[in-house]
Design a protein around this ligand. Structure first.
Ligand code: IMP
Length: 424
């Protein structure tokens, strides 16, 4: 495997954690490059289930180095909780995890401001995970953020933490909200900083050295293309670049060092939070997809909105990411449907459109035009090769790949690590 970026082609929750886990077998270093603990990557290994939010899924493979890149916004308490959870299951992060000194820290005040902003938006709320992601990135680009290097400098950390906390409390007070107990939060943060300081490093230098030594790097995206702050369904997006280009900026690795982009898509579509979703099924079929696919958020537990596969949006996503290989997940969820629909065009204000409009208001008015395919009505969860798949399942996958103009390399037919296979 060459240096590979793996990203989601839809609205997140495509099953990236599982595919990363499978590809990690061929990688020496796995790098998270954007987002924060809003992500929830679920990996099932045998009877064990792991839900990772900040730590790259590569941690489940002995000997892989995992890097939290500079593009991530890092909540120190969430990270420690996750490290402890892994330790309880026999996985020690010591010597296997590095935090970029340039990653921005995410504090309790970011979470409080996220909650406040959502409550003020009322009906128009974004439906964030309330993990403080937007406010943390606002501080980063507003040049008032605090970076992970300060975990090694408690005095500076305290100075900036108190300064920003005081500003946050002024805002909370102005909105009649309870203020944050800065002293109590600082004591918790001081402890967390001492615990995490040994993991802080110049990871851009480390990754580039590893590339020079021909080590293989896997870049792990979080969320999905349509939540990208530039290309997603703005403003119903997250605050980072979830598309493949984000891997370079979020890790300090040049585009010339990346050889491959793998796009992950579910065999149908889901979305959490607000925003347009043309193929959404607000009916019994949507309920059925949610139930069979266990479509509830790994981070917030919220029910996911479910719908048919949108080949128009996904083709655009393949283009934006340069996804030359596809991983299609959750095929087994469709096992029992008589017929399946694929959206091949939109009807917008009486016009037929085959490219996703860049105007979110137009996208919100898009009505899906469907192509119907027969269901395969057979259990795919025990299949382990393309040849094992029922011919109608093969036809469905082949049609998806043709419509979105990429090539299927990996198929996932269930939550377990073992239920994944490569297509030759
Ligand atoms: P935020 O990232 O918490 O600010 O949330 C912004 C939008 O992104 C909301 O619609 C969230 O539901 C969505 N979102 C954030 N992280 C994820 C994820 O990991 N999977 C799916 N949706 C996500």
């Amino acid at each position: 495997m060459s240096n590979t970026v793996l990203i989601g082609l839809q609205w997140g929750d495509e099953g990236k954690g599982k595919i990363i886990d499978v590809l990690t077998e061929k990688a020496e270093i796995v790098v998270r490059f954007q987002g924060g603990d809003n992500a929830g990557h679920t990996v099932e290994v045998g009877s064990d289930k792991f839900v990772l939010h900040l730590i790259p899924s590569g941690i489940l493979h002995q000997g892989t180095l995992c890097v939290i890149g500079n593009g991530v916004v890092l909540n120190p308490h969430s990270l420690i909780k996750e490290m402890n959870g892994l330790k309880a299951k026999g996985i020690d992060c010591t010597g296997r995890l590095q935090i970029s000194s340039r990653a921005h820290l995410l504090f309790q005040y970011h979470c409080l401001l996220d909650g406040l902003s959502e409550s003020k938006l009322g009906e128009g709320k974004i439906g964030t995970t309330k993990r403080g992601i937007g406010p943390a990135y606002m501080d980063k680009v507003g040049r008032s953020g605090v970076r992970a290097v300060e975990l090694c400098h408690p005095e500076t950390l305290e100075k900036y933490f108190r300064l920003n906390s005081a500003k946050c409390n002024e805002i909370l007070k102005a909105h009649g909200q309870p203020e944050m107990d800065v002293d109590a939060e600082w004591l918790k943060l001081r402890e967390a900083a001492a615990e995490l300081a040994p993991y802080v490093a110049d990871t851009a230098l480390g990754i580039n050295r590893a590339i020079r030594e021909n080590k293989r790097i896997l870049f792990e995206g979080a969320q999905g293309t349509w939540l990208d702050v530039d290309f997603g369904t703005y403003p119903f997006v997250t605050s980072s670049n979830t598309t493949s280009g984000g891997a370079c900026i979020g890790s300090g690795v040049a585009p010339s060092r990346i050889q491959k982009v793998v796009g992950v898509a579910k065999a149908y579509s889901t979305r959490v939070g607000s925003g347009p979703f043309p193929t959404e099924l607000e009916c019994a079929i949507g309920e059925r997809l949610r139930k069979i696919g266990r479509e509830f958020g790994a981070t917030t537990g919220r029910p996911r909105r479910c719908g048919w596969f949108d080949a128009v949006a996904t083709r655009y996503a393949v283009m934006l990411n340069g996804a030359d290989a596809l991983a299609i997940t959750k095929m087994d969820v469709l096992d029992d449907f008589d017929t399946l629909n694929i959206c091949t065009a939109y009807e917008i204000d009486g016009r037929r459109v085959t490219d996703m409009p860049s105007d979110p208001a137009e996208f919100a008015r898009a009505k899906p035009v469907y192509e119907e395919m027969p269901g395969w009505k057979a259990d795919t969860s025990r299949t382990s090769s393309w040849a094992d798949l029922p011919p109608k399942a093969q036809a469905y996958l082949a049609r998806l790949a043709e419509l979105i103009e990429s090539k299927i390399e990996i198929i996932s037919v269930g939550p377990n690590r073992s239920q994944t296979f490569f297509v030759d």
